[in-house]
Design a binder for this molecule. Sequence first.
Ligand code: PGA
Length: 251
Amino acid sequence: MLRKKLIAGNWKMNGLLSDGQKLAKQIAVEVKALKPACDVLVCPPFTLLTTVKKALRGSKVMLGAQDCHVEEKGAHTGDISPVQLKDAGCDYVILGHSERRADHGETNALVKAKAQAALEAGLKVIICVGETLQERESGKALEVVEKQVKASLPNNATASTVVIAYEPVWAIGTGKTATPTDAEEVHAHIRKVLVHKTGKIVASRMKILYGGSMKPANAAELLSQPDIDGGLIGGASLKAEDFIAIVNKAK
Ligand code: PGA
């Protein structure tokens, strides 16, 4: 298989220790029993990383965080470094999520610097891109996403260390999903951009996830598109049953 699918849960700022442990255990048990065709990743908030890591022990479910700082250590109150995430047992870190771009003014240049720091720390990265509703309605979706991919991708991107997530901002947490055709159009465009940035071989192997109100009812159709290589799931990743239902649709 050229690109094994990846189903990643983005828990965002949700969950206390007991919830996180329970959810992670349920996912771990199900994944162990089902042996899905795809890779599975959960990205809890920082406070749950250690607890979730323990709950996932013995399963193939991977652990990720939702952001990191550029520096390895130092005077950055409230921040977490990629080295600390690696030390906590993380495999992945999500970077440049639209909520971070909007709430914390993260720029493409910062996302790229964070990605490079995370790769150096031995983490894999999921770089998020996506247009707003206004940008889509003015016909600029492809242009905006292309610019984000070009400027956020780390220099040393490889297909085994970098994943792109296309998440139209208007579809996140809204219940509105891009149609499979519209999503595929953007994914195929991202792949073309990657050919220029990384060369044909890396571009053909790099995973491009879709995110934005993916749920059991729409996952199969989205995941059957030729350039959709998995999902970054927010709301539906907080219920083990829904998350596992999506995992089962990723063939
Ligand atoms: P959603 O979030 O599935 O709740 O729309 C996806 C994301 O923001 O990663």
